[in-house]
Design a binder for this molecule. Sequence first.
Ligand SMILES: Cc1cc2nc3c(=O)[nH]c(=O)nc-3n(C[C@H](O)[C@H](O)[C@H](O)COP(=O)(O)OP(=O)(O)OC[C@H]3O[C@@H](n4cnc5c(N)ncnc54)[C@H](O)[C@@H]3O)c2cc1C
Length: 380
Amino acid sequence: MDFSISHDQQAILDSVTKLLQNNLTPLDQRDFDQKGSAPYHIMADLADLGLFGMPFPEQYGGTNIEWDTIAMVQHAMGKTAYMAASLLNRSIGFGGMPILMFGSSDQKENILPKIINGEALFALALSEPGAGSDANAIISRATPMASGGWQLNGNKIWVSDAKAASFIVIACKTEDSEGSDGISLFLTPPDTKGISMTPMNKVGTHWMPSFSLSLDNVILPETAILGEPNNGFKQLMTVLHYARAGMAASVSGLAQRAVDIAIDHSIERHQFGKPIAANQVIRHRLVDMQMRVNQSRLTAFYLAWKIANGLECKTEASEAKIVATEALNFVTDAGMQILAGAGYDNDSEMQRIWRDARLYTFGEGSNEIQRNIIAKEIIC
Ligand SMILES: Cc1cc2nc3c(=O)[nH]c(=O)nc-3n(C[C@H](O)[C@H](O)[C@H](O)COP(=O)(O)OP(=O)(O)OC[C@H]3O[C@@H](n4cnc5c(N)ncnc54)[C@H](O)[C@@H]3O)c2cc1C
């Protein structure tokens, strides 16, 4: 086992941390959250560092970096500015990897370079009012047209960054099959005629605006389909471990940020004539928090190592997602207790992370569903 970080890896980690410390400070992050807008400007800076190109072959302008390094970068980004990590995750996980693995040569040649240059953000429109955990229950439909192309109708909810995305990956039924067959994915520009969006009002992640979408006779060319028709759900499942690796690594970084804030506060805050960190109950709580973050980072890095080595990682992907997101909720809940009134102030970073954390145990495949996946593998 080798836990060392190479000189080259350290150089990337230092560059990305410095970039985010300078260009997306904690105060900037607070402002983006409070105004309900994402720091899209940071995408060009991340692209300049080559980050959007990390998993992609050189022929498209990528740098072909292994997933263990990508996970370290995602962890560093999560710790410094999770919002930036999230933009990177979704461009690579929802757009880049599915296109690389299933896209036509035209889609690869035209869209991958845009992702790599930081010009193409992706949104995923899978969830519907009647289809959350049970994604196969979607009823939005894409019908082939006699003149060629597709006509989409239906309703989607919780589509994050739908307005700012270059493409929304819209999942629709294209065949009345049982189970996961019969779903296809469509690369859809958000300004396509027939799409109307309504912002959703939510508890947290205000820096990632989410929308409900109404699809009313949306006409798309034949070339908009991603991969084979009726295979969309399986395609999404095939690339999911990349998204989970990015999410778990960056969420463990975000959890580290929450622990660091709690440690700093407990040293600075004096009550009864001494720092609150002098109380054993606070010290032990901080230790428990740090141990949970360490576990989540190691679990995320183990998943990334498996991906880098081409090993089967279905259960590890689910485990990494569970461990990271539950650790984040644990440390932010404890962090709110340690910061107390200072944390409850709407300007505090801890409360923002605490509110955001609540999404991650059910978003991107709930932790109950992840446990179902693991149970099926280890039990039957
Ligand atoms: C802020 C935010 C952003 C989002 N962004 C996107 C996005 O960009 N694109 C997108 O497509 N979706 C997005 N979603 C939707 C998200 O993926 C869903 O919320 C998630 O899949 C859970 O679905 P649900 O909310 O309908 O819960 P439900 O499916 O109704 O589940 C409710 C509860 O029941 C549990 N449950 C359900 N079935 C089982 C079972 N078989 N076994 C055990 N427990 C079960 C769940 O784990 C959960 O605890 C977003 C959601 C939010 C809140």
